[in-house]
Design a protein around this ligand. Structure first.
Ligand code: HSE
Length: 424
């Protein structure tokens, strides 16, 4: 029998995911030994104080609050960073890579903003950095894109990359609750933080879209190239009208690549009830990958939480039991960014209810080469006016901006209340 491989870990951070990982490594140790002929030992835990280890039933002797002791310890094979935030995690990871330690991290902000830089440091030092858990928790999105579709051209990735907002939109849709009530519930359940900005404004989803786009298209996708619109302006009225038209509103992260030109956005979308993404409810995440030969494949699972995220971290750790020195990511080509997306739109306007109004609006769309698929008039909170809901055929987003600019200035239009993308 071959010798059991021992891998020694320094764990940075004993928070929610860190504790999940400690449990997993304890509970699954026989499984890991049988399946991988390997033993994973936690030999150091970086934390602010040692009491945290004791509270969690761990040996106080593993505690350190000095990263240098980890860099200097020749027995440490892998540094597992679960502190989150960019600083000081970036400096800690850099130090670990320079000390020739492999790194596993779940840090999406850091990988999105500085991943390329850190991978270079890893390469220069002959070590590897893996970060499956940075995107969509337990859903193996990075590994799927890295190891599959190898002969296909990936045309798009799209999905629900944020569980908090999906939970909120599901509640708004199924129970008719307001945005504010759903946010409160999401905070009480621990999904949303007290400052929910990153979730509700689409920033968290954009970090993940940026990372996954690099794997999907081999291009150096950047966070600033992603247009971001969150769910804060979504009203019960839009959700109800969307439902009547056969759609469910979801916050989607979308990246498309056409002739090496990359189009990336996070925004609320009316998803046809025929599409799988319309059926992903609660705090679940999903990612639909479209290859030119495979067509669409959708991964669904838990995108956050202690155990699901720990599962993705453990997967990366187990990779090292088999192939120390995996290069982690292909060389990326410079991305050209497409600013003009082609998509269908849902538009809700408050208009005066009098002769000629529709003609003005239809002419403006026509002048901008926008074709209307359907239009309905509906009641409005303001009895003086009516809501006009228009769904267009697929059109240029730049043309749509021009048309809406003109429409918003028309005397007969009181306000442009909603502009949402439509899928399917
Ligand atoms: N806050 C995120 C979510 C999880 O709600 O999906 C961490 O990225």
């Amino acid at each position: 029998m071959t010798k059991v491989k021992e891998l020694n870990i320094a764990l940075l951070g004993l928070g929610t995911v860190g504790k999940g990982l400690v449990n997993l490594l304890n509970e699954n140790k026989d499984e890991i030994l049988n399946k991988h002929n390997a033993k994973i030992n936690i030999v150091k835990v970086y934390e602010r104080n040692a009491d945290k280890l004791e509270k969690f039933g761990m040996d106080r002797a593993l505690f350190t609050d000095d990263m240098q002791t980890i860099y200097d310890d020749p027995s440490v094979d892998i540094v597992v960073e679960l502190l989150g935030r960019i600083h000081p995690s970036k400096e800690f990871i850099e130090g670990a890579l320079k000390a020739k330690k492999n790194v596993v991290t779940a840090n999406k902000d850091l990988i999105c903003m500085h991943g390329g830089e850190l991978l270079k440091v890893a390469k220069q030092n002959g070590v590897t950095m893996l970060y499956e858990a940075s995107c969509l928790g337990a859903v193996p999105a990075i590994n799927t894109l890295k190891n599959n579709f190898l002969g296909d051209e990936i045309k798009s990735i799209k999905g629900i990359f944020n569980g908090t907002t999906n939970y909120m939109l599901t509640k708004m849709t199924q129970e008719g609750l307001s945005y504010e009530d759903c946010l409160k519930q999401a905070q009480e359940l621990g999904y949303a933080e007290s400052d929910p900005t990153n979730d509700v404004e689409g920033i968290d989803a954009a970090y993940k879209l940026c990372i996954l786009s690099r794997f999907a298209f081999g291009l150096d996708a950047q966070f600033d190239d992603i247009s971001k619109k969150g769910i804060t302006k979504i009203t019960s009225q839009d959700i109800e009208i969307a439902g009547r038209l056969g759609y469910t509103i979801k916050l989607l992260a979308i990246a498309k690549c056409n002739n090496q030109k990359l189009e990336m956005r996070v925004n609320p979308v009316l998803v046809s009830n025929e599409h799988q993404l319309s059926k992903i409810n609660g705090a679940f995440n999903a990612c639909t990958v479209e290859g030119n030969y495979s067509d669409e494949i959708t991964l669904i699972g838990r995108g956050a939480g202690s155990y699901p995220t720990a599962s993705a971290v453990a997967n990366d750790i187990m990779n090292f039991a088999h192939k120390m020195g995996d290069v982690g990511q292909r060389t990326l080509k410079k991305a050209k960014i497409e600013k003009d997306g082609q998509m269908k739109f849902y538009i809700r306007l408050s208009i005066l209810d009098k002769a000629g109004v529709l003609a003005v609006i239809a002419k403006t769309f026509g002048d901008n080469k926008i074709s209307i698929e359907s239009a309905i008039q509906d009641k409005n909170d303001n009895p003086e006016v009516k809501s006009l809901i228009i769904v267009t055929h697929s059109t240029s987003s730049l043309n749509m901006n021009k048309a809406l600019d003109k429409i918003s200035k028309a005397d007969v239009v009181q306000s442009v209340d909603s502009v949402l993308e439509v899928l399917g």
